[in-house]
Design a protein around this ligand. Structure first.
Ligand code: 87F
Length: 517
């Protein structure tokens, strides 16, 4: 790991460079209304992302790497939470809450695994003006907080399985380039920690949870992901194996780990003495899993779907799915139009669609269109004099701009259908964009070429730790080294005699490689 002070300096330099170049652009492009983004997604992705986030999702805070989640983003988190919470409850997982603070003693116990993470642990050292007798750590994850109690609570085989989850915040004092949602020093997540009598039960749960993570990304956020196995270098060092869902951001050519589901094996059981008496009255160690997804999911969604007009929200997670906007005309029946908007929004709400009318009289319809486009609302309904006359409304899709006039008689079914189509289309488009970036390579030269072209690289690999370390070393540069993202569970055929792209040894599997967040 690089020296944190060096990294800090780099971040500061980058920020200064960014600020001076974007300041110039802002003046050129920013519209007089104050609406709209000052940079295009393709031109300066980093600046674009931060502008989109700042619009409605996030407020920057006066502590670097910490962000305020505004209602517009918190609502998305809550919708995913309702889905995931219900699914894990079906699996008999129970919610609980453990303290935020960790005593140094237990943190020490996990020393071997914590070692690499130690610089990121934040400590409380004072209360008021006096030093604490013993500093206490703030949880970066809760293994060491929870497992002493697992040891206490698990006695016999009847106490198993123990399946607990908590929704909470964690703190990791990162030094590299903080990014809203993607890398922040405090974030929200759920962490599941389960204990079983057998490895088979643990193995099964790892994949059940991974499938829920896939569904969050693909069904809710409309973001395609790859399910797979992490390499020995990239797995959670404290565990046996790590599975993950991996997303890819075409604009930056970076992979992003979407969520992880680990089988911990018996490593923590050994450390924390989590034993049970089996049916034959013999003492055995439990098998454990842990799994988490975080508010990073929201960042991946913004990066995937956002465009030059702002956010584009998938209907399933949008807190406002439909906005209804009156389009009054000089001598038209303005009150009639307003009433039709209210009635339309009410009818949609009654049918379980999250709809809102925008009757603000101090903004023009055009201004409102831009405003709601920026906010990413999936569907806009416009009602003007002609619509009133024809007993129809005009729909405008946020994902592709397609307009349609629909009779008010079939409003609800039509809107429901449209929202489903938008959800589906956003997923398909994102998937096509990702597929267009996938590059199969066989040799080192092809690998380097693909890496420079920001591809998501699929390569035959010998699966040796030393070789991955070597690839990292050989690709180290300004934009970060390449590493494995995962070995997809869905493996293409590997013909006999295929060699590893990096070492020339016999290849064992296909693996995704790339730079990552
Ligand atoms: C940072 C500081 C201290 C990650 C850290 O993925 C410790 C850690 O243990 C640390 N960053 N990790 C690994 C977390 C593993 C695991 N924990 C439960 C998960 C899922 C949820």
């Amino acid at each position: 790991m690089a020296d944190p002070s060096e990294q800090k300096e780099k971040v500061v330099k980058e920020k200064v460079a960014k600020a001076s170049s974007s300041g110039q652009k802002k003046k050129d492009v920013k519209k007089e209304t104050g609406l709209g983004l000052s940079v295009k997604k393709d031109e300066n992705f980093g600046e674009w992302y931060s502008e989109v986030c700042k619009q409605d999702m996030i407020e920057y805070y006066d502590i670097s790497g910490c962000y305020i989640l505004r209602p517009w983003s918190m609502a998305i988190w809550e919708i995913m939470q309702i889905f995931f919470d219900a699914e894990i409850k079906k699996m008999k997982v129970k919610n609980c809450y453990f303290p935020l603070f960790v005593s140094p003693g237990v943190l020490e116990k996990e020393k071997d695994h914590i070692e690499g993470f130690a610089p990121e642990v934040a400590w409380v050292t004072k209360s008021g003006k006096s030093d604490l007798e013993v500093p206490i750590a703030i949880r970066p994850t809760s293994e060491t907080v929870m497992y002493p109690y697992y040891s206490k609570w698990i006695r016999g085989h009847r106490d198993l399985p123990l399946k607990l989850n908590q929704w909470c915040n964690v703190v990791r004092w990162e030094f590299s380039n903080p990014t809203p949602f993607i890398r922040s020093r405090e974030f929200l997540w759920q962490e599941g920690h389960t204990a079983f009598a057998t490895k088979a039960e643990a193995d099964e749960e790892v994949l059940q949870i991974l499938e829920l993570y896939r569904r969050i990304y693909e069904e809710y956020l409309a973001v395609p992901v790859v399910k797979g196995m992490k390499s020995e270098n990239e797995k959670f060092a404290g565990g046996l194996y790590t599975t993950s869902v991996e997303a890819f951001i075409p604009n930056t050519g970076r992979g992003v780990q979407g969520a992880t589901s680990h089988c911990l094996g018996q490593n923590f059981a050994k450390m924390f003495e989590i034993n049970f008496e089996n049916e034959k009255a013999e003492t055995e160690m439990v098998w454990q899993n842990s799994w988490a997804y975080s508010t990073r999911t929201i960042g991946v969604m913004i990066m995937t779907h956002g465009d030059d007009k702002g956010l584009v929200l998938p209907p399933k997670v949008a807190s406002v799915q439909v906005v209804v906007i009156p389009v009054p005309y000089k001598d038209a029946n303005t009150q009639g139009i307003y009433d039709a908007c209210t009635a339309t929004a009410s009818a949609l709400c009654e049918a379980g669609i999250r709809a809102e009318e925008d009757l603000r009289d101090n903004y023009s319809p055009g201004w409102k269109y831009s405003d709601w486009e920026m906010k990413g609302v999936p569907l806009r309904i416009e009602i003007g004099p002609r619509d009133l006359e024809n007993d129809q409304v005009r729909t405008v899709r946020r994902d592709n701009g397609v307009k349609e006039d629909i009779p008010r008689g079939s409003l609800v079914e039509h809107v429901k259908e449209l929202l489903e189509k938008i959800q589906q289309n956003m997923y398909e488009v994102a998937k096509q964009k990702r597929e267009a970036c996938v590059q199969e390579v066989k040799t080192w030269d092809e690998f380097i070429k693909a890496l420079n072209e920001k591809k998501l690289i699929l390569a035959p690999w010998c699966d040796e730790e030393e070789v991955e370390r070597d690839v990292k070393a050989r690709t180290k540069g300004e934009t970060g080294a390449a590493k494995t993202l995962c070995s997809p569970f869905d493996q293409p055929e590997l013909p006999e005699g295929t060699l590893c792209f990096a070492s020339g040894k016999p290849a064992k599997k296909w693996t995704y490689w790339g730079r990552s967040y």
